[in-house]
Design a protein around this ligand. Structure first.
Ligand SMILES: [Mg+2]
Length: 233
């Protein structure tokens, strides 16, 4: 009996690349306006990013903390007072996150989620830092967990295990929907969670575990869920 449907967000419910590019453009414009004398060039940010990762490798999945720390360090290294940098970086980060949540949903997303929310608990399990509240999805999702919150990124099982624990269900009572063969399909299947692959042609070659169902469009999702239930339950 399926009780919970979990979702990856980026590239499953919307295309993430244009969103991140847009957020970086907004952030750059804000920083240029606010701190014209600080060098936020790509080259410099890359160097500082590398240093920070060497100091704390766990920053790689703490996306919000990582970006904010990167901004703070870039400002401090440019001679700004530490008392100022925290606040300035937080304000810049708010600009980034505002734009990061300006996504264009794939066609059929809301209809499919609304239909499924009538019968199942929906949750978001993401390695990214999209915010279901800012996205206007919080009325459809019962909860959302990020890699940053649980302390590990998919394919580590922690995010999935946290969702199973929170809903108090067994793995086979959950379906997970995602675009990444390795991080989503394979990682969830390893735990015994049923999987639906939102096909992503760029990632086809990495496919390891065969998903229980495959969809091209979100509009196909309710039928794919029904198909899995028919087969297994
Ligand atoms: Mg994804």
């Amino acid at each position: 009996m399926i009780k919970v449907i979990g979702f990856d967000l980026d590239d499953t419910l919307w295309a993430v690349k244009p969103v991140i590019i847009g957020a970086e453009v907004a952030l750059k414009a804000y920083l240029k306006d606010c701190l014209p004398n600080v060098d936020f060039s790509q080259e410099r940010l890359l160097t500082i990013r590398k240093q920070l990762l060497e100091e704390d490798p766990s920053l790689s999945f703490k996306l919000t903390v990582f970006r904010q720390t990167l901004l703070t360090r870039t400002m401090t290294d440019s001679g700004l007072e530490t008392s100022q940098t925290e606040q300035l970086a937080a304000a810049a980060m708010a600009v980034f996150l505002q734009a990061r949540n300006q996504v264009i949903f794939y066609p059929g997303t809301f209809a499919a989620l609304s239909e499924l929310a009538e019968d199942y608990i929906l949750c978001a399990l993401t390695n990214g830092n999209a915010d279901i509240k800012k996205l206007g999805l919080d009325h459809l999702f019962e909860f959302s967990l990020s890699a940053e919150q649980v302390g590990a990124a998919k394919p580590d099982p922690t995010l999935f295990e946290a969702a199973l624990k929170r809903t108090n269900i067994k793995a086979h009572e959950m379906i997970y929907v995602g675009d990444d063969p390795l991080l989503d399909v394979d990682a969830a299947a390893q735990l015994g969670i049923r999987t639906i692959w939102k096909s992503n042609p760029k990632k086809q070659s990495d496919l390891i575990t065969k998903p229980d169902a495959q969809i091209q469009q979100l509009s196909e999702l309710p039928a794919a869920v029904a198909q899995i239930i028919e087969r297994h339950c």
